[in-house]
Design a protein around this ligand. Structure first.
Ligand SMILES: [Fe+2]
Length: 129
């Protein structure tokens, strides 16, 4: 069963971004099922790196669109992306050092951050970029 499922309410009316958000959901679900299946560290690491790489390129796509459109909330939006990236770096570091147990709580944090960010922050650029 999917941990996070796409719904039309998430749409920002930009096909490229919606597709990227859907791919993010797919990767979060993969992360979740690896936790549920108690995958080994190597498999977990692979899925973490995949998620991280995708998040970075997705943020870069959004930021480029906002810049191109002279979007007024660019700086605050980018700051949210940066703080999430720092969180991911911190998770990876702690996990690698054996100081973080990847759990449902970690998955929930990622899921909640992404969905709140889409609904509250991404939705603000709807029709403006
Ligand atoms: Fe965003």
């Amino acid at each position: 069963m999917d941990y996070i499922r796409w719904k039309d309410d998430y749409s920002v009316d930009i096909a490229t971004i919606d597709d990227q958000h859907k791919e993010l959901f797919r990767l979060i679900n993969a992360f979740y099922s690896n936790i549920m299946n108690k995958s080994n560290k190597e498999a977990m690491w692979k899925v973490i790196e995949e998620l991280e790489t995708y998040v970075y390129s997705h943020f870069a796509t959004e930021e480029a669109l906002m810049l191109k459109a002279n979007y007024p909330n660019y700086n605050s939006h980018k700051a949210e992306h940066e703080s999430f990236k720092e969180k991911v770096i911190d998770f990876k570091k702690r996990y690698n050092e054996g100081r973080l147990l990847l759990s449902i709580e970690v998955t929930r944090f990622i899921k909640d951050w992404i969905t709140v960010h889409i609904m509250q922050t991404d939705h603000q650029y709807k029709g403006k970029i």
